[in-house]
Design a protein around this ligand. Structure first.
Ligand SMILES: Nc1ncnc2c1ncn2[C@@H]1O[C@H](COP(=O)(O)OP(=O)(O)OP(=O)(O)O)[C@@H](O)[C@H]1O
Ligand SMILES: [Mg+2]
Length: 378
């Protein structure tokens, strides 16, 4: 898949912008705070319908403006599609080839991206939510069902937690307990599905990532990735394939903890509490991995995502490399750049064009960015 062009209106520090991209490599060069990441962010928004930098997408609207609009033409399976997203303070308006998409789940998935940014180095040692988001981001791009179920789960979880708090204030309300049971059984149904899908995903992506890690470390470092499910653990089960891993049992196990949940005002177990555990040579990376090893894990994972998406969608995703070259030593840089094959359209931001190897420049477009103005240089 390729992005042919990008159109921005009042997006962050851009007024009006129209650029045509190179089918292979696009290099965005500029000093700090001039608008390189903003371009990457707009492409990400067109893919996932939300930003990776902020929870409030309206922050992307240029100061003193009321609306921002971004659009691009993508090419995949030999046909072109127009993707458009507009954001104002009230919400979003999304269209694909002129057809309005009322739900985010109907919009996401047309444009597939893999983003590698400096914040990724938090993935190994940072909060579990980051690792859950890594899984979700990948899934939202390939499965509308997963996307819908995940949003529904979050919605029901919020309702359940607020009900738990209500019950804490007013303990002997029988109706509330019945409502709690109903919500719990609805939640359990989604929890079974989400956990199963995530376990399968982790098993698949691990195969790619483990191979990449061996490659990056010259065969010295063996990566293992395990999905840590709070539900499996609380049921003492090894696998989601076990027939005991079903919605009735899960509903009962969540309800059996309701006393504690009411006391805490939140739900203790479920996919929202799960985590990914990385091991290098059988040692847990979260505690013991060096900076370099953490970088290798993240690089292995991001490269694995590319091949995972290719397997699922039949097309290579767009690769967005935001300021990551300076984060990697030259050996890992080379591994990354070598793995960008001809068919992966890639966007690299860098403060210094010298970071890019000469031979890559031959088949690329270089854009110089200053204060939200872009000039193309060949
Ligand atoms: N909503 C907005 N309206 C106007 N300008 C904005 C808005 N949001 C961010 N900016 C400006 O965009 C600039 C930052 O852009 P960006 O993050 O793309 O920089 P960058 O080139 O990636 O820098 P670095 O090399 O430091 O990563 C800042 O000058 C910031 O003030
Ligand atoms: Mg930046």
């Amino acid at each position: 898949m390729k992005i042919n062009n990008l159109n921005l209106l009042y997006f962050r520090n851009y007024d009006h912008l129209y650029i045509e991209f190179h089918p292979k490599l696009n290099i965005l060069v500029g000093e700090n705070a001039n608008g390189k990441t903003n371009i990457i962010e707009s492409i990400f928004l067109l893919a996932l319908g939300k930003s990776f930098r902020t929870k409030r997408d309206s922050e992307c609207i240029k100061f003193n403006q009321e609306v921002t609009c971004m659009s691009c033409v993508i090419e995949k399976n030999c046909s072109e599609k127009d993707i458009m997203l507009a954001i104002n303070n009230k919400g979003k308006n999304a269209k694909i080839s002129g057809i309005k998409k009322n739900k985010l789940t109907d919009f996401v998935g047309e444009l597939n991206v893999v983003l590698f940014s400096p914040e990724d180095l938090q993935l190994v040692k940072g909060a579990p939510a980051l690792r859950r988001e890594f899984i979700d981001r990948e899934f939202y791009q390939i499965s509308k069902k997963y996307h819908r179920c995940s949003l529904m789960y979050k919605h029901l979880l919020k309702q359940r937690n607020s009900l738990l708090k209500d019950i804490r204030k007013n303990r002997d309300d029988e109706l509330s307990i019945i409502y709690l049971e109903t919500l719990t059984s609805q939640l359990a149904k989604l929890a079974v599905y989400l956990t199963r899908e995530r376990v399968n995903f982790v098993n698949k992506i691990s195969i790619f990532a483990e191979k990449n890690m061996l490659d990056i470390s010259d065969g010295k470092e063996k990566l293992k990735i395990v999905y840590k499910s709070s539900l499996l653990e609380s049921m003492n089960l090894e696998s989601t394939d076990n027939s005991d891993f079903n919605e009735n049992n899960i509903s009962s196990i969540i309800m059996s903890r309701s006393k504690e949940d009411i006391y805490n005002g939140n739900t203790k177990i479920g996919p929202h509490q799960d985590d990914l555990i990385f091991f290098i040579n059988d040692v847990e990376a979260r505690q013991f991995a060096s900076q370099g090893q953490q970088r290798s894990i993240v690089l292995s994972l991001r490269l694995a995502e590319i091949y995972f998406l290719k397997e699922y969608t039949g097309e290579y995703p767009i690769l967005l490399l935001d300021d990551v070259l300076s984060e990697l030593d030259s050996f890992r840089q080379n591994k990354l750049l070598d793995s960008i094959n001809e068919n992966i359209q890639t966007f690299i931001t860098t403060p210094d064009i010298k970071e890019i190897k000469e031979n890559l420049l031959k088949q690329s477009k270089v854009f110089y960015i200053k204060n939200g103005i872009i000039t193309e240089n060949n």
